[in-house]
Design a protein around this ligand. Sequence first.
Ligand SMILES: *Cc1c(COP(=O)(O)O)cnc(C)c1O
Length: 466
Amino acid sequence: MPRDLLHDAAARALRYLEGLGDRRVAPAPEAVARLSAWDTPLPAEPTDPGEVLRLLDEIGSPATMAMAGPRFFGFVIGSALPATVAASWLAAAWDQNTGLHAVTPATAELERIALSWLLDVLGLPPGCAGAYVTGATVANFTALAAARHVVLARAGWDVEADGLFGAPPITVVVGEEAHPTLIKSLGLLGLGRASVVTVPVDGQGRMRADALPGLAGPSIVCIQAGNVNTGAFDPAPEILAWAHAAGAWVHVDGAFGLWAAAAPARAHLVAGVADADSWATDAHKWLNVPYDCGLAFVREGDALRAAMAVRAAYLPTGAPRDPSDHTPELSRRARGIEVWAALRSLGRRGLADLVERTCRHAARFAAGLSAAGYEVLNEVVLNQVLVSFGDPVVTERVIAAIQRDGTCWCGGTVWQGRAAMRISVSSWATADSDVERSLEAMLRLAAGETHGRRAGPGAGGRTDRR
Ligand SMILES: *Cc1c(COP(=O)(O)O)cnc(C)c1O
């Protein structure tokens, strides 16, 4: 066995992880330029694996974005917990194709057990079926495939057998602020990206319960738990009562917001959500497992299996839970290994602390920025903060300056017509000192930009790598 190679990999990974706290968050432009060293013709002859690893580390590591570190606040991105990195290394060595329980009992059992823990911490009905997929996009797709099956079966139509040609129409209702990947999933399912009924939202991006449309016939209603910009939650109890009275299926996109259930002080935000029919979330966001891992849950397990299971003479059946009966994939890595490791290492209390602590960090950012006179555009109920530094040009310049500076990393957005910087605190690794250090950098750079130091024509920071 290549002992030296694997020890070398561990040593290099450790060096990388231990350097994350001190390095700049975005890679230096020179490091990115050096990536061209990889761009050679395919070698005709084999290369020593140790040399391959050296090429990866020496060229790649400096050009990475420090997402695994404590001061990356872009998008909604967690860092891999130490237990999950270690589990992932071992899992790579196991190399189990976890489609079928009979063939890969250890990893299939881990996934079955972690699924029941997930339902517990997320406050979902204990009997739900679940699927480990690549992310919330595919989790939405997977759960909505089960929804499509059920609402058409109730209308006497077998969508898996007969497709959508000639099928009864399905009314799909979403909020104006539904995540674009939810809309994409609807398109992949043949339900149409543009043929949805859109419900208007309030100033936080929540569906307006006073503006729900009439519903008749096969219907699917998609609600959101955690808006990607504001962290706001659609009013689940009102929407569920209306949708279920009309016989509609209710799906929840809770890519990160569903995890509010795990922290007692935030659990009120998901009130009523457990009464839905299906849910999608991510583990690679707030649970802090390595990429990639999303989760779909469906109350009526047979619906999920009707949409996803396949049979073939060469595939054994009859196991307690065959992962591939629940997922779009047949061959697959057991993403539940890292989920199991995260939950096993955190415990209920550690998970609650992680969610609560990151929300507290977000509130500290909002307070520090407001105190300095900058406008926070959202009600900071969760781990998301939107801040404006003035007009769109100034806000863009401040974001660019922050990204260039490298102390931390935040991205931009436009919230209801206003340019804003997004701060999303999702990493287990972020400490109070990281928040203070990042806030100090933000305020220093914002003061520089807003006081016109760089405000001359052509002096804007728009040439950076965004
Ligand atoms: C991140 C996110 C998604 C997409 O998740 P991926 O893991 O990137 O596929 C969908 N919906 C919401 C609300 C999100 O925040």
